[in-house]
Design a protein around this ligand. Structure first.
Ligand code: GCW
Length: 696
């Protein structure tokens, strides 16, 4: 099935039929504003297709669905009876000042045969519309009590690592596995506004409200987006504005020198401050609702404040000061480490770097700085502990960065449904069971936290994400940023229902069961057949696909496993190692420090242990490696067999694409199994107690 509006493109989770329940009914839309217009247009488009009616501002008809703005905009006329009942009830149960629904939030109910969505803000109405879309027919079949929905995170953002020029090594999209960029092609805008608009629609349906449009590694052409080529950015902003999405830009810290011809980019230099102030003012003249800047500084070769003997607070505050008059923010990334370390030097630990750099700066960042912290201390591995930075900076707004693009989790050739991993991150309580969770910290005390940022997995591929099933990760990213406590399996059901509507599959329930079998546990399957017990980085250098156990072992990148004939793992304890465990609050510092208490899945991240070390599971480390690798590769192969069973239940070209990818996943998982098992057999000389074949 391809999209009727975008020939050659799959409609992802919003095929027209997903709006049939609305499109076949009578809808009243009350209120004004750009986004209310979008709500109206969505309903009108669906009605044109399915025979319903949509009205604005007339009460003469009976309605099935009322979508209305309430307090923020006094309505020109009273709400229809059932909708007014919903509002009155809500107001009577929540006294002022809490009787507002709140920005981006909405009330949803069904009373006296009328489904009602009320919001104070047009964005809330848009999200309420998609709530009804998710409910489908169920939204109209039975009475429903009033529910108030509001986002846990105010900031729900996707970063695109898209290049304007094709980069000689990284291509059009750095770590992109879904074809080219939807924004740029070979140095110019891609010129496909329909595609960008549809992307905005998909994102609005999972409530993402911000994107950055270029790579955090800002090369020469991309730097110009801030100045000479700002019009290209404004054009994207215009396309996405109707979906409530603000545009952000990755900028180079060296811009005053490279673009402004100043002799310095020193953050404390007056001319530099003036330069940023002027440039930023021009940005807001062009894009009044511009979101702000994203900066990767002093990291992997990107310029930053260290050149001038300044620190990251000085750097971030410089840009924050320029953005402040316009309400913009700077997302300053905490991904700062020494990528030129000497592998012989056992005292330098990349895991420590972000905390070492940033924790001492807590309290020094301006209010509109958001420190953007990768969820783990190293780099988006399939298994890492939660970054200790997240608990170390109570006086700083923090955003947690997740990688939706599957750089280290199978590059959209492998099925790897990531929400179970993300939930572990979001649920983690750095101070122990009585303290706040990571989701609370990212959400912020009064909703003003830095929120969640994901690196987008979208490209110009007909299925948007290369692997059609990888769409579910993108959808789930938005849903978890809105409601981090949601069950990943429930999110998958939402995605399945929206994507495989009745006309797209004959047997929804059978397809659903198969997709759950393939996807629910796929992240753990991936973990099983790749690097064991949290040790990470046994990937092919540069490309990061497929196994290469020693590929990074003697490089300057700080990603080592230290396997020898006796054992494996990184000693990060305070007692005998790098001291990284000491960066956590006591509740976890003590757990990770202790060989007895450290969770199995992170054992080799924190400890160097002999192959015969007995895990909590009762297995030895070496036997665990063998068992998980045999099991993981078998599960990958099994996924392919399960998918065969649903041939004929979905669009043949989609089925064929997934079939090919599952075959590649099974092949690659077998390669991982054999390389890892053989490597550790050769190192340790320990046979598999179950006598399975391990290539010598
Ligand atoms: O994981 C690494 C990637 C780089 C990326 C970097 C980052 C954009 O391999 O390609 O650069 O992280 O997050 O900045």
């Amino acid at each position: 099935m391809t999209s009727p509006d975008l020939p050659g493109t799959h409609p992802a989770w919003l095929p027209p039929e997903a709006l049939r329940p609305i499109g076949s009914r009578r809808t009243l839309v009350l209120g004004d504003g750009l986004l209310t217009g979008t709500v109206h247009d969505e309903a009108a488009r669906a009605c044109a297709r399915y025979g319903g009616h949509v009205h604005r501002r007339t009460r003469t008809q009976p309605y099935d669905l009322v979508l209305a703005l309430t307090t923020a905009e006094p309505l020109p006329e009273p709400l229809p009876g059932p909708a007014q009942t919903v509002l009155d009830e809500f107001r009577s149960t929540t006294g002022p000042p809490a009787n507002t629904i709140g920005g981006e939030g909405y009330l949803a109910a069904r009373r006296h045969g009328v489904t009602t969505v009320l919001a104070d803000d047009p964005a809330g109405l848009l999200y309420g519309l998609f709530h009804v879309v998710r409910l489908g027919e169920r939204a109209f079949t039975e009475e429903r009590p009033t529910e108030r929905h509001a986002p846990a995170m105010r900031r729900r953002m996707l970063d695109h690592w898209d290049n304007v020029d094709i980069h000689p090594v990284m291509g059009q999209v750095e770590r992109g596995y879904a074809g080219g960029s939807i924004f740029w092609r070979d140095g110019t805008p891609r010129g496909d506004p329909a595609r960008v608009r549809d992307y905005g629609r998909l994102l609005a349906a999972c409530a993402v409200n911000a994107i950055s449009v270029n790579n955090v590694n800002v090369h020469a052409t991309e730097a110009l987006l801030l100045t000479d080529r700002l019009g290209d950015v404004a054009a994207i902003a215009d396309l996405l504005r109707p979906y409530g999405i603000r545009i952000h830009l990755s900028v180079s810290f060296a811009s005053p020198v490279t673009l402004g011809r100043l002799p310095t980019a020193d953050p404390l230099d007056e001319d530099v401050r003036t330069w940023w102030a002027d440039v930023t003012e021009r940005v807001y003249d062009t894009i009044p609702d511009f979101g702000g800047y994203v900066v990767k500084a002093d990291s992997e070769g990107q310029p930053g404040p260290f050149t001038y003997g300044r620190d990251h607070a000085d750097g971030a505050n410089l840009l924050a000061e320029a953005l402040e008059p316009f309400g913009g923010v700077v997302h300053w990334r905490a991904f700062v480490y020494n990528h030129r370390q000497d592998w012989r030097d056992r005292s330098t630990d990349r895991a420590r770097a972000a905390h070492d750099h940033f924790a001492p700066l807590d309290g020094r960042f301006r209010d509109n700085v958001i420190l953007q912290v990768k969820h783990g201390p190293i780099d988006f591995q399939a298994r890492e502990p939660v970054s200790p930075v997240i608990a170390a900076m109570p006086a700083t707004h923090l955003a947690v960065e997740l990688q939706v693009t599957q750089e280290y989790t199978g590059q959209q050739r492998h099925v790897c449904y990531l929400p179970p991993m993300w939930r572990e991150v979001l649920d983690f309580r750095p101070w122990g069971p009585d303290g706040p969770a990571v989701a609370d910290i990212a959400g912020g005390a009064s909703g003003n936290g830095g929120g969640l940022v994901g690196v987008s997995n979208v490209g110009d591929d007909p299925y948007w994400t290369g692997h059609p099933l990888a769409q579910a990760n993108l959808y789930a990213f938005g849903r978890l940023a809105w409601a981090p406590w949601t069950d990943p399996a429930a999110i998958l059901d939402e995605w399945i229902d929206l994507t495989f509507t009745p006309s797209a599959t004959r047997e929804t329930e059978r397809l659903r069961r198969t997709l759950h079998t393939i996807m629910d546990d796929s992240w753990r399957t991936y973990e099983r057949y790749t690097a064991p017990l949290g040790v990470g980085f046994m990937v092919r250098p540069g490309r990061h696909y497929g196994p290469d156990v020693d590929g990074y072992e003697y490089t300057p990148w700080g990603t080592y496993h230290f396997a020898d004939r006796d054992g494996v793992g990184v000693d990060r304890t305070r007692a005998t190692g790098t001291g990284f465990t000491g960066q956590y609050p006591p509740a976890w510092s003590e757990v990770y420090e202790s060989l007895d208490r450290c969770p199995d899945e992170l054992l080799l991240f924190f400890h160097h242990v002999p192959y015969g070390h007995v895990l909590h599971s009762g297995s030895t480390v070496i036997q665990h490696i063998y068992d998980t690798h045999f099991a993981g590769a078998e599960q990958a192969a099994e996924a392919g067999r399960r998918w065969e069973e649903v041939a004929g239940l979905v669009d043949p070209s989609l089925h064929a694409r997934v079939t090919d990818l599952l075959a590649e996943q099974a092949r690659c998982a077998g390669e991982w199994r054999d390389q890892i098992n053989t490597y550790f057999f050769r190192k340790s000389g320990e046979p598999d107690t179950r006598g399975r074949r391990i290539p010598r």
